[in-house]
Design a protein around this ligand. Sequence first.
Ligand code: COA
Length: 162
Amino acid sequence: MFRDLFGSHRPALHVTELTSEHVPMASAIHAASFARTWGTLELERMIASEAIFADGVFAGGSNTLLGFALSRLVVDEAEILTIAVSPDARGHGAGRALLTHHLAHLARRGARNVFLEVDEGNEPALALYRHAHFTEIGRRPGYYPKADGSSATAITMRASLD
Ligand SMILES: CC(C)(COP(=O)(O)OP(=O)(O)OC[C@H]1O[C@@H](n2cnc3c(N)ncnc32)[C@H](O)[C@@H]1OP(=O)(O)O)[C@@H](O)C(=O)NCCC(=O)NCCS
């Protein structure tokens, strides 16, 4: 389906604040992206929270959610809790458009620093974050349990929005 939306070239994308209308699609994208899934109720609760800011990326004028980002803001520090793009829609710039708009949204709400954690082996996510000027500030070995019983290191990253 997303191939139809994109065709052979980069699509026009728009990013807007996520509402409860988008929660079922966001929950499905989360389930397709992570081992630990968030149910619709959990997402509804998060979006309703005053400390949480969530944005979704859509193709052209469509109302089909391609991906979403969700962060918690406390005073002037934000933490990206999740960012995910539907597997079929990856590699077309949706993640970059989403993160750019999401960071601008957080800045408008008063964020000066943004933090996140990422698996050291997650190359697409690392490329996305580096492009947005996130830099490594720490490592947590053994942070992410893996299906084969081993564990992966988490890299903590920070970006200044000043
Ligand atoms: C990380 C993710 C959101 C990126 O979304 P996307 O729409 O594919 O991203 P884009 O197409 O905008 O590409 C962003 C960057 O990643 C790079 N990239 C995309 N797919 C890649 C791949 N398979 N391998 C390496 N780099 C890749 C792009 O080249 C681009 O880098 P650049 O800005 O230096 O050119 C997406 O891969 C995803 O949802 N992954 C699963 C969930 C996840 O891991 N989230 C992050 C948790 S910390």
